[in-house]
Design a protein. Sequence first.
Length: 500
Amino acid sequence: MSLSALGLMEAAAGIRDGQLSSAELVGDCLKRIDEVDRDIQAWAFLDRDHAMRQAEAADDRRKQGQAVGPLHGVPVGIKDIFDTGDMPTEFGSELWAGRTPRRDAAAVARLRAAGAVILGKTVTTEYAYYNPGKTRNPHDADRTPGGSSSGSAAAVAALMVPGAVGSQTNGSVIRPAAFCGVVGFKPSHGLIPRSGALELSRTLDHVGVFGRSVEDVALLSEVMVDFDREDLDTRPVARPPFSAVAASEPPLPPRFAFVRSPVWDQAEPVTREAFAELVEALGEACSEVELGPSFDRAVDMHRIIMEVDMAHNLRRDYQRGGDKLSTPLRQAIERGRTHLAVDYCSALAGIAPLNQALDHIFDEYDAVLTPAAPGAAPGIETTGNPVFCTLWTYLGVPAISLPLMRSEAGLPLGVQLVGRRGNDARLLRTACWLVKNTGALVAALGATSQAPGRTRLPTRRKGKCDDQSDHRTHRPRAYDDISWVSGGLDQGHSAHRHCG
């Protein structure tokens, strides 16, 4: 097996144990890039000599007996919205072509401190928004890899690099992970610092990661979690042991709440059929839970916040080079300049009560089970619809996309798991359990379906999150609908350092 096909955990262990060198691994990744990236175009910047020098330096430190970090010598790709002090950072825009930052973004600095080799910068869509970049889907070059973390997802899927960093303001980690058939993880809001990264929306921006396994994304995200005085949404808390918890066995078999969400009408037939099969395979481990009407406005609330914040944070670029921006980006900025302050404040104020409503689900279930995207990857003229990610990004909860299913055409279909805000480690452990047990569950379902006189599986219980249905006793309790608060919320939205 080629070294470039190693997962991040395997590669880190191999280097740590002396079974391979960083130079060998990085060299094999560069060879793989030479073989396949002409068609995929996942990289915005790649300096092969610089990558090899980093790898050789990592090998020298290990030979000298110096302390090594958990990612020592392992190559990682970085989305081209994160500052790198030794490489250009251009935001996917001609307005910033040739920009060379003076220092690393906080997330990149923490990767280097963990020993990672920064292999290069991966393609982002323009300003991490919707306009497609040059990257193609590794499974079908006529289809999108998703966006905006297009290059990061494609590079991991095409075995060019074992792990990569992306960002999500709407669906920019979960969606490309689903389309490219890799694991994508978006931790809880404020867990990984964002200073030194392009800011679209303080409320919605998340740092996310891509890998080939749940264990890979657990390790990659764990080393970046930290308090950063420049990111006012981070907190000085102990680093959560993502890797250890993800690798542990749950004390009880996890229970899943299948949530169609208010946008189920946009799910394609292939997704509806695939999830019907998965829910049936999970049997009594999965119950269907219906979100109440309070969640219906979440997509609109997310859009208001995103467009207002983009209009503010990108105002200088819009003023000095609006004609160089794509039409979708320019229109979003212009819409953001027209929203009312009271609507913006109402959208911000809606986040907390909806998270409180979700708590009733997470008191009973380990994770929400829902699609990562409406269907398989569409054509290259779009980055796909992020609508199945929007609610969860708006609420700042952790989410992970797992490549558990495929369409009849062989294209990946992502399964999204969502956890309680702040319970990232538990979500990763639940995801590991699902990956390990899905094959057996589906096989058992297939055997049951072939058996004579098959007994139909029990009907899954339904309940509404808003009415606090008691899923254990099937007795719905009365619960007033959540109201949206207008105004009165000041989150102190002072901008982070804009990447200029």
